[in-house]
Design a protein around this ligand. Structure first.
Ligand SMILES: Cc1cc2nc3c(=O)[nH]c(=O)nc-3n(C[C@H](O)[C@H](O)[C@H](O)COP(=O)(O)OP(=O)(O)OC[C@H]3O[C@@H](n4cnc5c(N)ncnc54)[C@H](O)[C@@H]3O)c2cc1C
Length: 445
């Protein structure tokens, strides 16, 4: 066996020298599956596929869960609560406001509007009726119902169970009318059997004494959890994959080699990686790769930001979501992470750090005693890989055999990663998925 991969560094396995194809015979290494993307979806997928006895090779130019990935910088919430898509009836009425209000939770960059318009129209259409929203929420529930338990199991296997903290999550509201504005979501959660506890002002203060008097009502979802260090979590999963014989290649996938209707290899800037199957789990990078295979997907980046500030760990006990701010505040090992904002702009557009400042300004409104220091430890911008209908693309590619998709998780990819991984592992093994996933097929667009 000779290595034919030129230029692409073999990342975590640097120097070991990996054989990818017998150059002379051109023989394909049967059984090996390439996973493109080492964000949380790719990592979980690699791990699940390994369980079926297959050899996996994970391709990414960056570190697993590194800064380039949405999986590095998100709000770190997991659990059964994330059932709601963003597009709901009446949202379109707010779009003009989004275009004007520079400090709101959603902004659209004027320059990007023409290219985003087709996606936006589909997005609004997806939430045209509560019946449509309900159908979507039910499918999302299938992807998040066991998220906390699944993450806990994986964390334990990877030796980092301390990174998953199950303290619930807390939505906070200024008054009852604000709470009732999201009545559909709570009713839907009740109907799906998701446990939650309503708290009046006294109970809220007792649970989280540092929440300011601005908020008079809270709803606690006890089965929610959060990851206290996402990068360390992703790296621990990567270590586990490697320990079980998986390989990591540091390279950018540029396309696929497809012949006679079947995927044969992944093309990278440094060479060709032969494999018998491929899973594209490359977050926002998946659109180009799917297009290269012949599948066009309306996938855009809902750009999001985070700010991490030092807080000594005393500000809050559990993650909170103030309804008027539409952002998440999560206690992490590095500090208090304030994550949110949806900025619709192209992937290439430079970050607008004023979005991060908007997030940071909320701290003094949300807390009675804001963190003593407002030292900013980290600021970050990343790409939520979003389809217009609030569902990811999971399934076999219609364009060719041996190719599978697992991307487009938008606001909930960390939550939905374990279920996505199990579905992909089943599909790759030729098994029936445990529930009907046709609504997540890439061909639906
Ligand atoms: C501010 C913010 C807050 C969020 N909060 C939450 C939350 O609390 N809970 C939740 O569940 N979700 C949340 N999300 C969403 C979540 O972060 C994403 O849905 C999830 O991280 C997507 O994971 P992924 O693995 O698909 O993509 P990513 O994490 O982006 O990983 C994709 C990987 O693919 C690689 N890649 C791309 N193109 C190529 C290529 N051509 N070749 C090789 N590799 C490639 C990239 O380098 C990257 O490492 C949030 C997102 C943001 C931005």
């Amino acid at each position: 066996m000779r290595v034919i991969l030129k230029g692409a560094s073999t990342g975590r396995n640097k120097g070991k020298g990996h054989a990818h194809m017998d150059e002379e015979s051109g023989a394909q290494q049967e059984g090996r599956i390439a996973i493109i993307g080492a964000g949380i979806v790719g990592l979980m997928t690699a791990l699940e596929i390994q369980r079926t006895g297959r050899q996996v090779i994970v391709i990414d130019p960056g570190e697993p869960g590194g800064r380039q990935a949405a999986s590095y910088g998100n709000a770190a919430w997991i659990g059964p609560g994330g059932i709601m898509p963003i597009s709901v009836p009446g949202l379109w009425r707010q779009v003009p406001g989004f275009l004007m209000d520079k400090s709101g939770p959603l902004v659209i960059r004027w320059a990007s509007l023409p290219s985003l318009l087709p996606w936006l129209l589909r997005f609004v259409w997806a939430g045209r009726s509560w019946k449509k929203v309900e159908e979507c929420a039910k499918l999302r529930f299938e992807l998040c119902r066991s998220s906390t338990i699944d993450h806990q199991k994986v964390a334990a296997e990877a030796g980092v169970d301390h990174l998953v903290e199950q303290k619930g999550s807390l939505n906070i509201y200024r008054d009852r009318s604000e709470f009732l504005a999201s009545g559909f979501a709570w009713d839907m959660r009740r109907r799906l059997g998701i446990k939650f506890i309503e708290l009046d002002e006294t109970e809220l203060q007792k649970l989280e004494p540092n929440i300011s008097g601005r908020y008079r009502l809270g709803v606690l979802i006890p089965d929610q959890a959060h990851i206290t260090d996402l990068k360390a979590y992703c790296q621990a999963i990567a270590n586990l994959i490697e320990k079980r014989g998986g390989e990591f290649i540091r390279a950018q996938a540029t396309g696929l080699a497809i012949s006679r209707g079947r995927v044969r290899a992944v093309k990278t800037g440094g060479g060709v990686i032969e494999c018998s199957q491929v899973a594209i789990t490359a977050g926002i990078g998946s659109r180009k790769l799917a297009a290269a295979a012949g599948d066009r997907v309306p996938l855009i980046s809902e750009r999001g930001y985070h700010v991490v500030i030092a807080d000594g760990g005393h500000t809050i006990i559990q993650p909170i979501l103030p309804a008027d701010a539409q952002m998440c505040i999560t206690p992490t090992r590095q500090g208090l992470r304030i994550a949110g904002q949806v900025e619709l702009a192209t992937v290439e557009a430079t970050p607008d750090w004023r979005r991060a400042e908007v997030l940071q300004r909320w701290v003094s409104r949300v807390f009675r005693v804001p963190p003593e220091t407002d030292e900013v430890i980290d600021q970050w911008m990343g790409h939520r890989p979003s389809t217009p209908d609030g569902l990811p693309c999971i399934g076999a590619a219609p364009s060719c055999d041996g190719l599978f998709y697992g991307f487009g998780h938008g606001h909930a990819g960390l939550t939905q990663a374990p279920a996505t991984a199990k579905l992909l592992a089943a599909l790759v093994a030729g098994q029936e998925p445990p529930f009907d996933i046709s609504a997540m097929a890439v061909g639906r667009f």
